[in-house]
Design a binder for this molecule. Structure first.
Ligand SMILES: *[C@@H]1O[C@H](CO)[C@@H](O)[C@H](O)[C@H]1NC(C)=O
Ligand SMILES: *[C@@H]1O[C@H](CO)[C@@H](O)[C@H](O)[C@H]1NC(C)=O
Ligand SMILES: *[C@@H]1O[C@H](CO)[C@@H](O)[C@H](O)[C@H]1NC(C)=O
Ligand SMILES: *[C@@H]1O[C@H](CO)[C@@H](O)[C@H](O)[C@H]1NC(C)=O
Ligand SMILES: *[C@@H]1O[C@H](CO)[C@@H](O)[C@H](O)[C@H]1NC(C)=O
Ligand SMILES: *[C@@H]1O[C@H](CO)[C@@H](O)[C@H](O)[C@H]1NC(C)=O
Ligand SMILES: *[C@@H]1O[C@H](CO)[C@@H](O)[C@H](O)[C@H]1NC(C)=O
Ligand SMILES: *[C@@H]1O[C@H](CO)[C@@H](O)[C@H](O)[C@H]1NC(C)=O
Length: 728
């Protein structure tokens, strides 16, 4: 669909060009001293995507020189004389004797000049295919000035915003849709710290993207991720720091605009040749910087949207209740950081999950283990996080601009006096907290302890905190006090009780059954708050199933990636063991690719994105997560699809975690699905990253062909898709 779209667009452009180009079109993309541009003239980039000419915005009669898309509405992406309009059509864009590009009026007065830092006498301006107008030295072709380094309100592909060659490059909004002069809003990157985008209203920060983790911004939901676009944040020691993007494949055409009302928009060309707003970065009030003040948390789905972090209370209760939240919150109990934290009651941490982390972080170059411990040792440190792709971050004092997401984001550990932690616990009638740490030991003994505890504490507490270290081997339980919150390795997982899940799934009614996972049936459920979940129930208490269950909990609770299914919690009560996942409305990939009717919903573009998504998920498991994980059971039915058909790898019951240097392991118990297993694994039990890659290859062939690997039984000689591919 998208492919035909761009073709259509090109055709449109050619037609347009043919109709506009009645003048001399030989030097169609340059302006020079001998070849000035009059008001009636237009030049085009060589691929006809952009044009340079005169225009009147909105309902005005003012004339401006600008770069426009060649779409029917001639969408303006850059303006030269934005502050000094021409009042008639006598204007001209030309190169002056000093080599600068300039807009002159009828009286030959200079309304705008490129003001190149080092102009050269003999130069030519050329409009390039990416929309950049480049003034270059005729003698050596070197660029002396570029419109991309002097942008107005649009961010086009390959453009760089940030600090380049000691110059700050920012977007600035128009004053109004009919006035391109500099408006109230600007957008750029920060100077130091973790790379991030910021937008200002008359110099006052009103939006931030959240830190860049190497792939995405923590504060921008990943649901907007475009696999056809590659984003880059570059920062080097020479002081260059910029953000840029480009198309991986030009089947989409899009750009970003800072509108005159301060919206940050992504606009994508649709079938009608209109620039449709495909995303708006300031979506809710919670995207406004510091909406809830210091130590407040903003959740667009809550009412009211602002609330104080746990252990904090409004600084001014009256103002807060009236809905003016900017004053923020203060701690109920002061930190006891001056006391020795290795003995007695030190401070601990409270974990917030899936948040946009606060502004003004300090990058600390320590390991994940030391990140939390170091924070406790530093009196000024009020919170920490450890984000894959960034590392350890600490915060001084107030935490400003925290937004709660329902998924993605990062985890934030907020330092808290231990009295507050105890308080928070007792309030929720939590008498004991169990931490399960895996270490060498006996699985059955461990599960005995676990059941024992569950039986005793049934119905008392809603959350158990699971600290998981080495999974798959064996389990050990221990009663943990609030002091051990300081251990940054801890992972917390909400515990659901049996009744809740039974009600949610209507007593595991067969009509709610979604399918069969690795170790038991999966049911669709609806929690009392209305959110939909998938509940996977361990079918019997065989040690096999239990081991896979524990394995899955330990593997997936440590991972976060947009191409991995997300674990929301678990239930361990008596004989019942269940895992609660986000619900995937589009079920799994096999339901699409092998279904003749649904197959049609997956065009090539979509299939490509699915393959890339699976690849990204796998890369994360193998290389980018802090563990090295071999999935061992990658197949179409283990790839779930969310509402936008983004793939998510699921079912980690058989996954294995590799140590840092380990490349290969051996198992006497070959598990997985025949047809997807690499030969060396199926035959000799050897597995490594390569086994997953093999399965990925089989999956790839299935996605392309729409046939199951094992669907060739009727053929005489060929048993599998792999055989078929080899033979043909
Ligand atoms: C131009 O005028 C029309 C009709 O008067 C109005 O609907 C439109 O909003 C105006 N456009 C701008 C950009 O002011
Ligand atoms: C400008 O440069 C071009 C190409 O190098 C050359 O042909 C032309 O004579 C030069 N003009 C002047 C005025 O130097
Ligand atoms: C930027 O400025 C710094 C210090 O003023 C200087 O050392 C450096 O060379 C400059 N870089 C460029 C590309 O001009
Ligand atoms: C882009 O897509 C076209 C068809 O849609 C394909 O022919 C081309 O190989 C793709 N290019 C890249 C770099 O993926
Ligand atoms: C820009 O700021 C001025 C002064 O605060 C205000 O009057 C004007 O309405 C603002 N414009 C927009 C589009 O917000
Ligand atoms: C325009 O964008 C909206 C999202 O902002 C989307 O729902 C709609 O389908 C898009 N329309 C077209 C024609 O692409
Ligand atoms: C912490 O305790 C150790 C030994 O118990 C002592 O040497 C040290 O001075 C104490 N530090 C503080 C900040 O009280
Ligand atoms: C936090 O405090 C440290 C130590 O006082 C200081 O070096 C750092 O600049 C502060 N960071 C911020 C973001 O204020």
């Amino acid at each position: 669909m998208k492919g035909s779209l761009s073709l259509k667009f090109i055709l449109l452009l050619v037609l347009l060009f043919a109709s506009t180009c009645s003048q001399d079109c030989s030097a169609a993309d340059t302006v020079s001293i001998t070849n000035p541009l009059q008001d009636s003239e237009t030049i085009f980039s060589s691929d006809l995507t952009f044009k340079l000419g005169f225009f009147s915005p909105g309902n005005t009669t003012n004339r401006y020189v600008g770069i426009m898309f060649t779409d029917p509405k001639a969408t303006v992406v850059w303006v030269a004389n934005r502050d000094k309009p021409l009042t008639d059509s006598s204007g001209v864009l030309t190169v002056l004797a000093d080599g600068n590009l300039a807009v002159l009026n009828g009286k030959k007065e200079i309304l705008w000049s490129s003001n190149a830092p080092n102009p050269v006498a003999n130069s030519t301006a050329q409009l390039l295919d990416d929309g950049n107008l480049v003034l270059s030295d005729n003698s050596n072709g070197k660029s002396v000035w570029e419109s991309f380094q002097n942008p107005t309100d649009c961010f086009l592909r390959t453009m760089r915003i940030g600090e380049v060659a000691n110059r700050s490059i920012q977007l600035t909004s128009w004053r109004s849709p009919s006035d391109p002069s500099i408006g109230n809003f600007s957008l750029g990157v920060n100077h130091g710290g973790i790379p991030e985008l910021f937008a200002w209203n008359r110099g006052v920060l009103y939006w931030r993207s959240g830190p860049w983790n190497g792939n995405m911004f923590i504060g921008i939901p990943a649901s907007n991720a475009k696999y056809t676009i590659r984003y880059d944040f570059v920062r080097d020691d020479a002081g260059t720091t910029y953000f840029t993007y480009n198309y991986i494949n030009t089947t989409v055409l899009l750009f970003y605009e800072l509108s005159s009302s301060g919206e940050i928009l992504e606009k994508e060309l649709n079938d009608n040749g209109d620039w449709n707003i495909s995303f708006s970065f300031v979506r809710s009030e919670c995207d406004e910087y510091g909406k809830c003040g210091p130590n407040g948390r903003c959740d667009p789905h809550a009412s009211p949207i602002c609330y104080c972090l746990k252990g904090f209370e409004p600084r001014d209760k009256q103002e807060w209740s009236k809905g003016s939240w900017r004053g923020g919150c203060t701690r109920k109990a002061p930190l006891q950081c001056e006391r020795n934290n290795s003995v007695g009651e030190g401070d601990g941490y409270l974990r917030l999950t899936t948040v946009k982390v606060p502004d003004l972080s300090n990058f600390i170059g320590t390991s994940q283990e030391d990140c939390g411990n170091d924070c406790l040792k530093n009196c000024i440190c009020s919170a920490y996080t450890y984000v894959v792709g960034i590392g350890c971050l600490h915060w001084n004092d107030s935490l400003i601009d925290i937004q709660q997401f329902s998924s993605y984001g990062a985890d934030l550990y907020i330092r808290m006096a231990s009295s507050e932690l105890d308080h928070a616990k007792s309030k929720q009638k939590k008498k004991a907290v169990v931490a399960i740490t895996v270490s060498a030991g006996c699985l059955l003994l461990a599960s005995f302890f676990l059941w024992n505890w569950c039986t005793k504490h049934r119905g008392r507490g809603k959350e158990a905190e699971l600290a998981l270290m080495e999974p798959g081997e064996a389990w050990k339980t221990e009663i943990r006090t609030s002091n051990s919150y300081a251990n940054p390795k801890l992972e917390e997982l909400p515990l659901y009780d049996y009744e809740t899940l039974a009600i949610a799934t209507e007593s595991f009614a067969s009509k709610n059954k979604l399918g069969q996972g690795g170790f038991g049936p999966v049911y669709k459920g609806k929690l009392s708050n209305g959110s939909e979940v998938a509940v996977k129930r361990l079918s019997n208490s065989s040690s096999q199933g239990l081991q896979e269950f524990m394995n899955e909990v330990s593997v997936i609770s440590k991972l976060q990636h947009r191409n991995l299914v997300r674990l929301l919690g678990c239930c361990i009560e008596k004989e019942e063991k269940m895992l609660v996942y986000e619900y995937m409305p589009n079920t799994s990939l096999d339901a699409y690719i092998f279904d003749l009717r649904k197959q049609k919903l997956l065009d090539w573009n979509r299939r490509c994105m699915i393959v890339e998504g699976i690849g990204r998920g796998l890369l994360y498991l193998h290389r980018d997560s802090r563990l090295r994980i071999i999935h061992r059971d990658l197949k179409a039915s283990n790839i779930l699809l969310d509402e936008e058909l983004n793939p998510k790898i699921s079912d980690f019951g058989l996954a294995r975690i590799f140590g840092g240097k380990q490349d290969q392991a051996n198992t006497s118990r070959v598990v997985g699905t025949y047809g997807y297993m690499a030969p060396e694994y199926a035959m000799r039990g050897e597995f490594s990253e390569k086994s997953d890659v093999y399965s990925f290859g089989v999956l790839l062939l299935e996605i392309i062909s729409g046939r199951r690997n094992a669907s060739f039984y009727h053929d005489e000689e060929i048993l599998t898709l792999l055989g078929y591919v080899t033979f043909h």
